[in-house]
Design a protein around this ligand. Sequence first.
Ligand code: NAP
Length: 492
Amino acid sequence: MSKRFAIIGAGMSGILTALKLKERGITDFVIYEKASRLGGTWRDNTYPGLSCDVPSHVYAYSFELKPDWTHRFSPGAEIQGYFEGVAKKYDLDRHFRFDSEIERAEYRGGRWHLSIKGGAADSVDFVIAATGVLHHPATPDIPGLGDFKGACFHSARWDHSVALEGKRVGIIGTGSTAIQIVPALVDRVGQLVLFQRTAQWVLPLANPPYSADEHAMYRASPEALQQSYDFWSARFVDTFARAVIGDQDELHKIEAACRSNLEENVHDPELRRRLTPDYRAACKRLIMSDIFYPAVQKPNVTLVTDGIERIEAAGVRTKDGVLHELDVLVLATGFDGHAFLRPIDVIGEGGLRLADAWADANEAYRSVAVPGFPNFYMLVGPNSPIGNFSVILISELQLAYVLQLVDLVLQGRCHAVAPSKAATQRFNTALREAMKGTVWVTGCRSWYLDRNGNPALWPWSFDRFRTEMQAPDLVDFDLVARETTPQAAASS
Ligand code: NAP
């Protein structure tokens, strides 16, 4: 009997899974998506200035390179268009179930039983969760947030009906998102007030457009396009990815570049002082921008570094007693990067709830699977190298690994596969140990850190990741021959 698959999430990883299943001749699968269209983060984020700060030539599936990106770091809408184009090319339309939020997934009788919001249900043999990382907007716990009388929205829920021209606009936050919004808004708004809790290191990367000649060249020469992909991948792996896991030489180079960017491009010594971080570069997600410093120095921008006391009807009151009157307030306050899969109620073998298994920390085996949850896989799950490399390549490597585990079942070698508890513990112990050498624990607050202070990232090299993802070590897995529980007998 053919096996059925559910993919949860129609973002980059969900689309990837769908087309790879199709490539293998597997067509009995559904992509459940709670929103009304595909795209994940590129659907949700539409804020002014949105682009990807990973070069476009690597921010693409390795087998679907695009010759005509408009910019080195292309805008969000273009990336959304890319994913829509890939889904169309691979004819995935009939597999999507939009407006279909999975509320519960329970492993019973050797299969996964899914409950979908609104009452529908499905039963499948495999679940591949492609639910993303930066998905749940974080609302800051600032007193009085609901009192503000103007328009107020999170950066990932941009309200395009709100006119900004000539308005007094406040932005809370100075993460990658806010730093893209500021230059995009500065010339549209009347006053822009940027509320900075923590200064950021900024690497001045330029974003030149690709010319028509370059487009023609990349169209004519797949080799040139591949070379560009390889070039940018190598740049990542050989520099940034090394620096964050402890290569001090690389880290010093990044620090020096950020420091000279600040010294050369922020002219007022007092502003420079307030924009100077007191922690190591790349401890928080590094900002890549050569347009933020020019924008923040424009006369209609105020950088506010006094802490926020509360929000009032007329604006934001800071701890020095000043009320910053505003018409619009943007919360560029980031995401809960640790809510993997939540709020789906995932129930594994013997009634084990994922929420309980992860009560203390999100612990997976090599980011892709959890003991007690057979035939259930995650892409870009806990401790994936998301801060280190292009997330698309990460997802591709993880999926190739997962599909080898799936093959064990498809080939009839067993009924179900799950990682062993012991192997998962070993992996997580090694992770925690290796984190001690990374820049993420050198003394800064960031969304990378979970509530125990452990970074949710990958502390080793890209080579190690690629090697680990090459083939599963079956010693680390429990291969279940056949479902033998009373429940199974009852439902078979
Ligand atoms: P973020 O990096 O988590 O930044 C959130 C900002 O909000 C920080 O400056 C934080 O201050 C501030 N904040 C949060 N709560 C606050 C409060 N109660 N009062 C005052 N300030 C508060 O979020 P993000 O900028 O949305 O970026 C999240 C991640 O998305 C990035 O790190 C990156 O991985 C990804 N991203 C990528 C791109 C791209 O181009 N590839 C673009 C945008 C985002 P503190 O620093 O003091 O905590």
